[in-house]
Design a protein around this ligand. Structure first.
Ligand code: ATP
Ligand code: MG
Length: 651
């Protein structure tokens, strides 16, 4: 095995074809779609773009000046018009856009497309009255309440650029993002609900504006969500309900160029300082709607679709707001956490709304595994027909748990690999075709050219691992990093040349050429000259019946170069012990080989994660080596880091 690639240790023989009845009704049931799209990707994407309403047709599908792409050149459309007006005109105004469910269980709202349209138009007029126009940046710092999609769509309607900042971030993180995007207006709420408590948001905004270097924020619009006492700054702060009162519901949608900027969104910061990812209009909506329709087999007339992410992340932008609305879907939107008031909240929601498509993250699935099957068993989940995951590799055993206990062993699972940068799904099963392997994202979406290459950029063979790259531009790709095109070039388009996108993730091809994501290239471990991925060792740990979640890192070791430190969270009633530590080490050695045997295992009730729920291995490595922690501003649970630091010092 050469230094330039990655070892392939984990073998998964199980495969799950779609049930015949599912395949028979699927939006895509013929795998000729892959060949058709590969033959002429531009024609394929143009065909997908025809699903949208363009006010001016495009002249050219793609203009590619590596590493800068323009899609649907010369075309014009408005995203809010596509998400709202055209449904009303087609007689779908009474269709439910969102079943919104507050964290307090008795707070529910049903919002139709007609109602959403009216709110968006009124709020767009509010923004205009405050001097916001095309190209201006608006920062949005809101919890998961209907005003959040309303604010985003109002920006899209008038051509303002939104920058949504996850409402769990600190005032410093908000200040950094206000400065970076040079936002002039901020939309927030007095507070947010969190497990029965309220968290002050407006006070974080006040502190954020104070900390920001820019003094351009001239307006703060505040939603009254929790009835929390707030200081309203004279001449700057206004209440949402006051400014909406009397605002006209007549606001024509601004025709936007296909390449006009729709939004800026900062990456979740798993690997370092977040990057302001820039997405534009026509290509973005084309790919997000196509993937939403085909990956989830969406039937907008009958499905109830629930993406349980937060709109503060790209998953929520693309698959709670823009794609579902443009596709005329009915969605559930939930404000709170999965364990409030009890650990069955998700299943209560699925049962009550008859959710048919559920999209969540491996981190949530592993939490459900940790809590045990009694919670899903309390509810009728038979309405579910497609399950999705995104955000991290899903360990095969977590996949199996999802399949058995949530999907009733019949709902296809789509493990979707993509990034803030890619805007939409890139590698995913298609539920009516794919014989899914637990733990694999399987196949590039039609029209996407994903490859696994070695350090020289040469494609690896089946059964080998290397670097994941995208070899052709795609419609919903990022266009640049806001204010830093050089960082855009350096980060994504320099490692393998200016026309190959480097994703930063490791991957392997199995014997049949299916793609398996192996975690960050930066996290690859080097044990006695063997390059091992974190994902495979973690999946071997999660394969043990006592383990819910695991993270491994390579820490410096005099003898082997690096040694594997493992951090493990146990399922249900299992207790840490020296015997169990020995058993887990032996289990890894047996499942994938002695070389991957952890040198030590730390048992921990939780792992350090970003606020989007991703494991921060970078911090674990620093903990296991006793070195200083780098940028931890996006860390969700600092207490765990302190506890683990103490445990590591005790070793
Ligand atoms: P930063 O780039 O600031 O470090 P981040 O990469 O965590 O943050 P995101 O864009 O939210 O921010 O996450 C994209 C990453 O998530 C991918 O590069 C990949 O590592 C991981 N990922 C997402 N979906 C999957 C999946 N289905 N399987 C494996 N990994 C996934
Ligand atoms: Mg990233």
């Amino acid at each position: 095995m050469s230094e330039s690639s990655l070892e392939n240790l984990y073998h998964e023989g199980r495969a799950f074809p779609p049930p015949d009845a599912f395949a028979a009704q699927a939006n895509v049931s013929d795998d000729g779609v892959y060949e058709q799209a590969a033959k002429d990707p531009e024609a394929w994407w143009a065909q997908q773009a025809e699903h949208l309403r363009w006010t001016t047709p495009w002249e050219q599908v793609l203009e590619w000046n590596p590493p800068h792409a323009k899609w649907f050149v010369g075309g014009q459309l408005n995203i809010a018009d596509n998400c709202l007006d055209r449904h009303l005109e087609a007689g779908r105004g009474d269709r439910v856009a969102y079943y919104w469910e507050g964290e307090p269980a008795d707070e529910r709202r049903t919002i139709t497309y007609a109602e959403l349209h009216e709110e968006v138009c009124r709020f767009a007029n509010v923004l205009k009255a405050r001097g916001v126009g095309k190209g201006d940046r608006v920062a949005i710092y809101l919890p998961m309440i209907p005003e959040l999609p309303v604010a985003m769509l109002a920006c899209a309607r008038i051509g303002a650029i939104h920058s949504v900042v996850f409402a769990g971030f600190s005032s410093q993180a908000l200040a950094d993002r206000i400065d970076d995007a040079d936002a002039r207006l901020v939309i927030t709420a007095d507070g947010a609900n969190r497990r029965g408590n309220t968290i002050g948001l407006k006070e974080a905004v006040d502190a954020g504006i104070e900390r920001a270097e820019s003094d351009r924020v001239s307006t703060v619009i505040v939603v009254n969500r929790t009835g929390t006492d707030v200081d309203m700054v004279d001449g700057r702060d206004v209440w949402w309900h006051d400014v909406m009162d009397g605002a006209s519901a007549d606001c024509p949608a601004e025709p936007m160029d296909a390449e006009d900027v729709l939004y800026i969104l900062y990456t979740s910061g798993t690997t370092g300082k977040p990057k302001g990812i820039v997405h534009t209009t026509g290509g973005y909506l084309t790919q997000t709607t196509a993937t939403h329709r085909l990956t989830f087999d969406l039937k907008p007339e009958t499905d109830v679709y629930w993406c349980a992410a937060d709109i503060g992340w790209v998953t929520g932008h693309s698959y709670i707001v823009y794609a579902p609305l443009a596709n005329g879907a009915t969605s559930v939107m939930y404000e709170g956490t999965p364990d409030f008031p009890d650990k069955d909240r998700f299943w209560d929601i699925v049962d009550r709304y008859d959710v048919s498509i559920l999209y969540t993250a491996p981190t949530a699935i592993r939490a459900f595994m940790k809590w045990g099957t009694e919670y899903p068993e309390r509810h009728d989940l038979t309405s579910l027909r497609v399950l999705g995951t995104v955000g991290e590799p899903i360990n095969p055993e977590a996949w199996m748990w999802y399949h058995r206990h949530i999907g009733g062993e019949s709902a296809p699972i789509v493990d979707t690999w993509w990034q803030t940068e890619t805007g939409g799904h890139m590698i995913t099963p298609l539920p009516g075709i794919t014989h899914a392997r637990p733990g694999s994202a399987m196949t590039a979406f039609p029209g996407i050219d994903a490859r696994v290459v070695d350090i020289e950029g040469k494609e690896v063979g089946n059964g080998e691992g290397g670097y994941l790259v995208i070899a052709k531009p795609w419609p919903s790709m990022l266009r640049t990093i806001w204010g830093d095109d050089q960082r855009y070039r350096d980060t994504y388009w320099s490692r393998f040349g200016p026309d190959t996108y480097f994703a930063g993730d490791g991957a392997k091809l199995d014997e049949d050429g299916n793609i398996w994501l192996l975690g960050r290239v930066d996290d690859v471990m080097n044990i006695s000259g063997h390059r091992l991925s974190t994902t495979e060792v973690e999946s071997a740990l999660v394969d043990h019946p006592s383990v819910a979640e695991a993270a491994v890192v390579g820490r410096a070791d005099d003898l082997t170069g690096q040694a594997i430190s493992a951090f493990v969270t146990l399922r249900g009633t299992h207790e840490p012990s020296e015997d169990l530590e020995a058993e887990l080490k032996a289990h890894v050695a047996e499942v994938i080989g002695k070389i991957a045997r952890p040198a030590e295992i730390y048992f921990t009730p939780d792992l350090p994660k970003t606020r989007s729920g991703k494991i921060m291995r970078r911090l674990l490595k620093q903990i296991s080596e006793g070195s200083d922690l780098g940028d931890a501003t996006t860390l969700a649970n600092p207490d765990i880091v302190n506890a683990l630091q103490q445990a590591a010092r005790g070793r």
